[in-house]
Design a protein around this ligand. Structure first.
Ligand SMILES: [Zn+2]
Ligand SMILES: [Zn+2]
Length: 227
């Protein structure tokens, strides 16, 4: 089910172990932010059809980080079409060198066929899709290449698995996780200007998401006893 955030940004709540997925229509671009595990790609295709889109029409997939629950869904997309893939360089470089360990695919019994990341993201990058432009902030902690992205001039922030609603935050016990970096990233997010937060799991923070970020920062700081 597509849940409209604006008239061009639609949120799809996760199925089972999937990440959330967001579909964005901007001019000739049909964009997904995160792609789920890929296990539910036929449901995603049906959802996209309600907006006149489809798996094969997706032109760009921006990944908040490389974990299998976010990246697995690029495989059915690459089978049906040829989207450009975007990922922070800290995780894209190993993948493009054939090292898929950071995706955790093997850990979860879902090894990925080979693929390459087309666009390596870094702090401060602006991904220009025309009407919609995404500003990249490197926010490691949940994983080394985790990012959050601001939709320019909209008050919307994609928070990946770094910030979740209700004082929650991403786990740090996977290989490149770091409690210190997560707390620093949450602090940084809590100081950013945004109203709506779209996380990698759980529900959209629809109002005063920045306050939610402050709560998560304080909870994480106490939980990990850092800062
Ligand atoms: Zn996730
Ligand atoms: Zn993750």
């Amino acid at each position: 089910m597509l849940d409209p955030i604006t008239d061009s940004i639609y949120f799809i709540i996760s199925r089972s172990f999937d990440s959330n997925i967001t579909y964005i229509k901007s001019g000739n671009h049909e964009i997904l932010v995160d792609a789920g595990t890929g296990l539910y790609s036929s449901s995603l295709d049906k959802d996209l059809h309600t907006k006149g889109s489809s798996l094969e029409m997706i032109t760009d997939v921006v990944l908040t980080h490389c974990h299998i629950d976010h990246i697995g869904g690029i495989i059915p997309l690459l089978e049906r079409g040829s989207p450009r893939l975007y990922l922070h360089e800290a995780e894209a470089v190993p993948i493009n060198n054939g090292d898929y360990s950071q995706t955790l695919g093997a850990t979860f019994g879902a090894e990925l066929p080979p693929f390459k990341i087309d666009v390596m993201l870094k702090e401060g990058d602006l991904i220009d899709f025309g009407d919609i432009r995404l500003r990249v902030f490197h926010t490691p902690g949940h994983s080394t290449g985790s990012i959050v992205m601001e939709v320019e001039d909209s008050g919307i922030l994609f928070t990946g698995d770094t910030l979740f609603p209700g004082g929650s935050f991403g786990r740090v016990d996977f290989p490149t996780g770091s409690p210190e970096k997560l707390v620093a990233s949450l602090k940084r997010i809590s100081e950013m200007e945004f109203e709506i937060g779209i996380p990698g799991h759980m529900n959209v923070m629809r109002y005063n998401a920045r306050k939610s970020a402050l709560t998560s920062y304080q909870m994480a700081k106490n939980w990990f006893n850092v800062g």
